[in-house]
Design a protein around this ligand. Structure first.
Ligand SMILES: [Zn+2]
Length: 369
C-alpha cells in the first residue's frame, strides 16, 4: 500500500479569503441603490423579497411572489457547505435614492459601489465598524460580503471589488474594501448566488467544453429571469472550500465503493503516476434528494465524474455521459458504463467506471478494465 496524498494535497480547504476559510458565519450586507430614471424596486418585487432572499429559511417550492417565498442565500450556502458555512444578517439598507443614472457618465462598478457604500456608511457606520473582526482598522474580504442591487434594467450580474472607502465613527476610523456581488432588479437566484460565491473564491466553469450547464453554480444561467432555479456547487468546489471530504481510492488495479450524498459521500480516484496533480472525483447528484432543498434544477439522477488537473486554468471538467464529453451535462445513471478514462496527456488510465443503483439512494461505483 503506497502512501496516499493528503486531502490538503488534493486541494482540500485551499480556497480562502485573506487566509481565512469559509467556515462559520460571515456577515452579509444587502444594499438597494435606486436610480430615479428606472422603475423603482417595489414595482418589480416587494421589499420583503430582499429580506427573505438574504436571510429567510423557506420550504420549497420557491417563488418570488404569491407567496413571496424566494430561495435563501444564507440557507443555500449552509446546505452546500454541509452546515459548515452560512451568512449572518448585517442588514438590508435602502432603497437609497441615487438620482439619475447616466451610462455615459458611469465611472464603472468599482467606483459606483464605493459611492453607494459611502452612503450606507453615512446612514449606519456601525454596519462596517462592527465587521472589523480583527480590529485592524480595515474591513476586508474575509470580514464582510455585500450584495448590491441596482434598479438598472438589464444590469448584468458581476462581482467587483469596491474602490476603498473611508469610514469613521465615534471610536473607529478605517477603510472598507470588499467583494461586492452586483445584481439587477430581475436577476435570478442562481446568478445572485453565483456572484456572491465569487466573494468566497469560487471560479467560473462555463468556459470549459460544453459549459457544465445545470451541474454547478459556477456554470452560466439566464441573466434576467424571475425564476428560482437552484443547483449546488460541484464537489471540486466543496473540496477546495473545505466543505467536503471525498474518500480517496487508488485507481489501479481496480475497486468499488458506495457513492452517496453528505460530506464524505463522494470518492476521489488517484494514481501513483500522477498523485495529487491529476485525479478524478465522483459525486452522487439528483434533483429529488429528500435531504436537499437546493438541487431542484439538477438534470438527472446518478453520479458526476469530474477530471481535475490542479493548478491548470479550466483544469476541472465534468466528463459527460455517454461519451465523456468535456463540460458535458450528461449524468451517469444506474446501469451505465464509461469508455476508458484518459489522463490529460492522452494516455489511458486503463479503467472504466460502472454505475449501479443500490439501496437508500446511494450508487455503487466500480472502476476496472
Ligand atoms: Zn462568475
Amino acid at each position: 500500500m503506497s502512501n496516499t496524498p493528503s486531502l490538503a494535497e488534493f486541494g482540500h480547504g485551499t480556497v480562502k479569503q485573506e487566509g481565512r476559510s469559509a467556515t462559520g458565519g460571515r456577515p452579509l450586507l444587502i444594499v438597494l441603490g435606486e436610480y430615479s430614471n428606472f422603475p423603482a424596486f417595489d414595482t418589480v418585487h416587494s421589499l420583503q423579497y430582499y429580506e427573505l432572499l438574504g436571510f429567510g429559511n423557506p420550504a420549497s417550492p420557491f417563488s418570488t411572489e404569491n407567496p413571496v417565498n424566494p430561495a435563501s442565500l444564507r440557507e443555500y450556502f449552509r446546505e452546500n457547505s454541509n452546515g459548515r458555512f452560512w451568512f449572518d444578517r448585517v442588514g438590508i439598507i435602502g432603497p437609497i435614492q441615487l438620482g439619475v443614472y447616466s451610462g455615459a457618465n458611469d465611472p464603472g462598478p468599482e467606483a459606483r459601489s464605493a459611492g453607494i457604500l459611502s452612503r450606507v456608511a453615512a446612514l449606519a457606520p456601525e454596519m462596517f465598524i462592527n465587521a472589523d473582526k480583527n480590529q485592524d482598522q480595515h474591513v476586508g474580504f474575509d470580514e464582510l460580503c455585500v450584495v448590491l442591487f441596482e434598479n438598472i434594467t438589464n444590469a448584468q450580474p458581476a462581482n467587483r471589488i469596491n474602490n476603498p472607502i473611508h469610514v469613521s465613527g465615534d471610536s473607529w476610523s478605517g477603510t472598507v474594501q470588499v467583494h461586492v456581488a452586483g445584481a439587477g432588479p430581475l436577476t435570478p437566484f442562481y446568478q445572485i448566488a453565483h456572484e456572491l460565491s465569487h466573494s468566497l473564491g469560487t471560479v467560473d466553469m462555463y468556459n470549459t467544453g460544453q459549459g457544465h450547464y445545470y451541474l454547478t453554480l459556477m456554470s452560466g444561467y439566464d441573466f434576467y429571469a424571475n425564476d428560482q432555479g437552484t443547483v449546488h456547487l460541484d464537489i471540486w468546489h466543496k473540496l477546495v472550500l473545505g466543505w467536503a471530504e471525498p474518500r480517496p481510492f487508488q485507481l489501479l488495479p481496480r475497486g468499488t465503493a458506495e457513492v452517496r450524498e453528505g460530506a464524505d459521500g463522494a470518492i476521489l480516484l488517484w494514481d501513483e503516476t500522477r498523485r495529487a496533480d491529476e485525479y478524478f472525483l465522483i459525486e452522487r447528484r439528483r434533483s429529488n434528494s429528500p435531504s436537499l432543498k437546493y438541487e431542484l434544477s439538477f438534470p438527472g439522477d446518478g453520479v458526476l465524474i469530474w477530471h481535475v488537473q490542479q493548478g491548470v486554468g479550466n483544469g476541472v471538467e465534468h466528463l459527460g455521459a455517454p461519451n465523456l464529453t468535456p463540460g458535458g451535462s450528461g449524468v451517469w445513471g444506474p446501469g451505465e458504463q464509461t469508455p476508458l478514462l484518459h489522463w490529460s496527456d492522452g494516455q489511458s488510465t486503463g479503467v472504466r467506471i460502472t454505475v449501479t443503483g443500490i439501496a437508500d439512494g446511494a450508487m455503487q461505483v466500480t472502476w476496472d478494465n
